[in-house]
Design a protein around this ligand. Sequence first.
Ligand SMILES: Cc1cc2nc3c(=O)[nH]c(=O)nc-3n(C[C@H](O)[C@H](O)[C@H](O)COP(=O)(O)O)c2cc1C
Length: 437
Amino acid sequence: MSRPQHFGWFLARGFGPQGWGYPSLDWDYDWTRPEVYQGAARTLEQAGFDLVIIEDAPSLGSPSTIDLRVRHAFGGPKHDPLLLAPYLFQATNHLGVVPTVNPAAYLPYTAARQFATLQHLSGNRLGLNVVTDTGSARHFSDAPQLGHDEAYDRAEEWLAGIRALWHSWDDGALLADRETGIYADGTKLRPVGHRGEHFAFDGPLNALPFTEGDPSIISPGGSGRGLGFAGANSDVQLALAPLDEKSVRDYRAKVHEAAIERGRRPDDVKILFAVQPVITSSSEEADRIVAASAHPDDAVLAQIARKQSSDLETDLTSLDLDSALDLSIFGAHVSRGSIQRLIGDRGEGAPLRAHLTALARTGRISDRSGFVGTAEEFADLVEELGDWGNDGILLWGDFHPVTLHRTLDELVPVLRRRGILRREYADGGLQANLRAF
Ligand SMILES: Cc1cc2nc3c(=O)[nH]c(=O)nc-3n(C[C@H](O)[C@H](O)[C@H](O)COP(=O)(O)O)c2cc1C
């Protein structure tokens, strides 16, 4: 029997216009209404997924490039995923729902109270994808923008404060004793006086303590500081790394070392590797898709250019495809790593067409050159990761029914047959499911 794996779905375009710009996804769903998300959440629960994570960014980005972000809806609009969560909880019974939250946007007391409320309302199924992006700082105060590591320091202080509030009710504080008429013993509530570098507040929290564990903490940062944060704080780490044995084992070892350093057990952090497979009905179909991807037409390149223009906050759509890409068009606000990912090893003299074509190119799962393949081939890959000690897989995509069905319809039965994907949920919500194996 194969080692069971935890499965998550990353709703990569957040609570925004699902499928905009992709003609095959033009199904007239209203992205501002809950129904399309509720349908998807039910599908994921039926499939045996542990959790769905909803991407978010609270900002439209730099004032000078807002048009690039909204023109094709890659960078916005986005509605608040925390407020979508109750609709998804209502549509499901077991699925964990994980909105993305940025500590810049929530005062700890407000956050502790809202998250506690959702944990109770959902039957212990709330998770929080804690991100540390600082680009949106200007929307919350006029304080100077924090550096990369400082943002992680703030996130750790924020989370420690929230956890202190969640645990400000000692065991035995809640009585709900009908005989005496006493609901709670106030002498067992701790005051929590937090005076830190970034936050200052008092407790105790006026929300009830948890019976099945705290909301789960999820984290996606891949830097050394990010992995340290995961080891110290997270129940789940989202890993974006190559899927060869050395990379997988090295990544896991770094998170586990960080966990041990902070007095936790390696198994306290489940690591889910992110992957966006294209599941085909036959290996011939997979071969055809891979062969065609090496020769994208101009419409495909234009679509990639629109997404890159939004992500890199730099207009690539008006440039000549066959002229060398001048790197001076990227302002100082664009991370060097993102530019490097676009140009790869082709160098500055290469035309834009070459860079965009490289992004269009896909490979076969079977020879590990990419992620196009049959359900059996993808299951082989998942099983191999499991043999290296892996905990789970994070599938990546939008929430459109077309995307979900194309990805899952053939895959779920194969994973189930091999014993990789759960058939039943544990009692006790998201923490219980994460700890079940
Ligand atoms: C799988 C995955 C999902 C992410 N989701 C978000 C997100 O929803 N919102 C966000 O602002 N950043 C998101 N990030 C970015 C991280 O929060 C982080 O800002 C980024 O990885 C840089 O941190 P690092 O330097 O520690 O890697 C995501 C990253 C990964 C790998």
